[in-house]
Design a protein around this ligand. Structure first.
Ligand code: ZN
Length: 83
């Protein structure tokens, strides 16, 4: 995924929470996930298998932020040593 696409995803996820049941993101205002609230367990399982979504998979945003911090630190250190 490109850097721009990750940034767009990060901005979109700011006002959203990840449903622990289906793994999709939905607006924080909803108390129940609009994607899976009407699905029973069997239908949810079929949906997850069809879509290939893993609800317990970690978001890539955390990894992206760690990478961004590492890049900033490396650039900072290089700028101090190259004079
Ligand atoms: Zn859901």
């Amino acid at each position: 995924m490109s850097l721009i696409a990750r940034l767009i995803l990060l901005l979109q996820e700011r006002n959203q929470i990840k449903c622990t049941r289906c793994g999709l993101y939905h607006d924080k205002r909803y108390t129940q996930c609009p994607h899976c609230r009407d699905m029973d367990a069997a239908r949810l399982q079929a949906f997850l298998e069809e879509s290939g979504i893993d609800p317990e998979a970690k978001s890539g945003v955390g990894q992206f932020l760690v990478l961004a911090v590492v890049v900033v630190v490396v650039v900072f250190l290089l700028s101090r040593f190259i004079r």
